[in-house]
Design a protein around this ligand. Structure first.
Ligand SMILES: Cc1cc2nc3c(=O)[nH]c(=O)nc-3n(C[C@H](O)[C@H](O)[C@H](O)COP(=O)(O)O)c2cc1C
Length: 314
């Protein structure tokens, strides 16, 4: 299968391979830039960052590559509008929003000529996003890591969204190799988004124990937890997920009201920060089911080279 280029608004990526935004500070400038430099599309996750920190990350990525770099922000965070507007001022190439979207962000994108790409998990939301002015959609299934907007597999959702909208679709969730990716192109995807596969890369700034948890993981060790955001989240089983499943969440120590709405059952920012600092027992290690298919930590260029070869051989 010949791999198509990815064409979104005024952006043309050599390879239709998108690195998914991963909070908190799992996908930062070095990873996003390495993917962009290899001809794919890199994404910095802005969720959990201050505006100043995100501006710095964008500047850092720009110093590392002239390739395509976007920012992903979870709609649920209180400083959503500030993070999006600051990213646009920094000249970001595109914006991806997870877990919801609002009408006004499309207006900000139109004013600045920045493509807005919402993440959707149904044809209904896909159609709404298209009407509001989305440039493309990330279509994410239950296989993905992080917060989930559905309990349905990508292979069911993607054909429904393809049928319903006329936008480039980027398939996300459970894609670890060229075989998975080729199947998505057959189902009408214009691109594929990988998260977990890129955690297990040399350039990802996640700590080594975090990366190792995303390699050779048994499928039964990738579980679903309830997040205070009001959605389930997919993560690697550890002491924390066991405590959450046993209804024994860690107490909240401080709260800086980072979410627009929060169940206050525990602090999601705190447990994600813990994992990002290397506490992979007490922290939350978000990961997709694809972790069970990933065998080794590789340089980004090698991951992309293998993916392309596998798709072209499929
Ligand atoms: C550690 C981690 C953090 C994530 N954080 C975010 C996020 O902040 N915003 C978002 O929209 N998606 C987030 N995701 C989802 C990814 O962007 C991507 O769509 C997903 O991981 C794809 O599935 P895969 O991991 O099976 O490749 C996260 C995923 C992981 C594994």
């Amino acid at each position: 299968m010949k791999l198509p280029q990815l064409d979104i608004g005024n952006l043309l990526a050599r390879f239709p391979i998108v690195q998914g935004g991963m909070a908190v500070r799992i996908s930062t400038a070095p990873l996003a830039a390495a993917v962009a430099e290899a001809g794919g599309v890199g994404t910095i996750a802005g969720t959990g960052m201050s505006v100043a920190e995100l501006r710095q990350e964008i500047k850092k990525a720009r110093q590392l590559t002239a390739g395509i770099i976007g920012v992903n922000v979870l709609f649920a965070v209180r400083n959503f509008a500030q993070l999006i507007k600051a990213s646009m001022e920094e000249g970001i190439d595109f914006i991806v929003t997870g877990a919801g979207f609002s009408r006004d962000m499309f207006t900000w994108g139109r004013k600045r000529g920045v493509p807005i790409i919402p993440i959707v998990s149904s044809a209904r939301l896909g159609k709404l996003a298209e009407r509001l002015g989305a440039a493309a959609l990330v279509v994410e299934g239950v296989e993905a890591g992080g917060h989930l907007g559905t309990d349905r597999p990508l292979r069911e959702i993607l054909p429904e969204v393809r049928e319903a909208v006329d936008l480039p679709l980027i398939a996300a969730g459970g894609i670890a190799d060229g075989r998975d990716a080729a199947e998505m192109f057959v189902h009408g995807a214009s691109g594929v988004q990988l998260g977990t596969r890129f955690i297990a890369s040399v350039e990802c700034t996640a700590p080594q124990p975090f990366k190792e948890m995303c390699v050779n993981t048994r499928p039964e060790d990738i579980v679903l937890i309830d997040s205070p955001v009001g959605m389930p989240g997919r993560a690697v089983r550890n002491e924390l997920t066991e405590a959450l499943l046993a209804q024994n969440p860690p107490p909240i120590v401080t709260c800086d009201h980072c979410l627009k709405r929060c169940s206050r059952r525990y602090c999601i920012l705190d447990v994600l920060n813990k994992a990002q600092r290397g506490d992979v027992k007490g922290g939350l290690v978000f990961s997709g089911i694809s972790a069970s298919k990933i065998k080794e930590i590789l340089p980004v260029a090698e991951i992309i080279k293998r993916l392309i070869k596998e798709v072209e051989g499929a």
